[in-house]
Design a protein around this ligand. Sequence first.
Ligand SMILES: Nc1ncnc2c1ncn2[C@@H]1O[C@H](COP(=O)(O)OP(=O)(O)O)[C@@H](O)[C@H]1O
Ligand SMILES: [Mg+2]
Length: 365
Amino acid sequence: MYLQQLSITNFRNYPLARLDFSPHWNLFSGDNGSGKTTLLDAIHYLCLGKSYFHHSDLTSVKHDSDFFRIDGSFSDDQVLRMVCVYEAGGKKELQKNGVAYSRIANHVGLIPVVMVTPDDQLLIDEGSDERRRFMDGTISQIDHTYLENLIEYNRVLQQRNSALKHFAERRKTDRALIESYDRKLCDSGEKIFHLRTEYFSRMIPLIRQFHALLSSETEEVSAEYASVCNKENLAVALSASFEKDCITQRTNEGIHRDDFDFFLSKRSLKRFGSQGQKKSFLMSLKFAQYELIKREKNLLPLLLLDDLFDKLDEKRSRNIFRLIADNGFGQVFITDTHCDRVRELISQHPTSFTHYLLPDLKKCD
Ligand SMILES: Nc1ncnc2c1ncn2[C@@H]1O[C@H](COP(=O)(O)OP(=O)(O)O)[C@@H](O)[C@H]1O
Ligand SMILES: [Mg+2]
């Protein structure tokens, strides 16, 4: 599956733009602020129904406008036409071949995508939220029941937390109500735990494999999935923390606190890794994500590489480029402020490519 054509209207800095693409390499080059990342995010919208970068859709509506529209044609055996329309203050609609989805979540997984951005280092340096978001994004694209369970878990978790706040305001608790939430949390939570365990364990050897290809050093990569469910039954943990939850007015135990830890030579990457080690590791992690989705879905995800070479030295850039060119990746979109760098790399791996120069979207040969 690859994106043939993209039209965007009132999306960030673009009043109207129309582009067509190569099934292989596609380069967007231009100065900072010219709209490179915006094009990648428009593609992300078509794949997952939301922005990779922004929580709110309103952020992406062009200033002084009140809607945006993204329209893309994907080619597979047949043409798949995806349209995403958002009206300020209204609802977002995602259509497949002219028919609107009743829930955008139902689309997730149909057009798998992997985004690589300079902000990915947050995945290592920040708290567990970022790492859960990464794993959730990966597994949701592979297994639809995972996403359903995650949505359900988060819905019940919110209800449970509001009930706890309510108890504090009223100075009166209702244990039976909390127990009814707990049963639902356990039901979806345990399924999520099993799928996280399963897919994370499949991902670890892939991270090792890419790390060995990308890093000149020979540190041993290991990783651990930390969850309350590894230690005890979720129902027992929830019940035991009832009093604490009433005091803190939130749910202290559950798979919403899970974490994924990474180690190089048994040392925490987050605490002891150098900048260079973290960079190499992140690429290995993203490639492992790509490879896992590819294997499980038997589809080539779209690969969106935002300013990939910006902070990499030439040797690493070449290694990564060769790896993508040689390893059966599908359609790739890459942005760079300097087009020469990418064009030179592409020329060494002859393949079809398109190159748009921003902000005018001039097509270069
Ligand atoms: N809602 C919006 N309406 C109009 N312009 C916007 C909006 N949001 C961001 N921009 C502008 O869009 C431009 C493109 O940003 P971006 O895609 O991040 O550029 P690049 O990746 O090339 O550095 C920026 O100049 C930014 O100020
Ligand atoms: Mg950018």
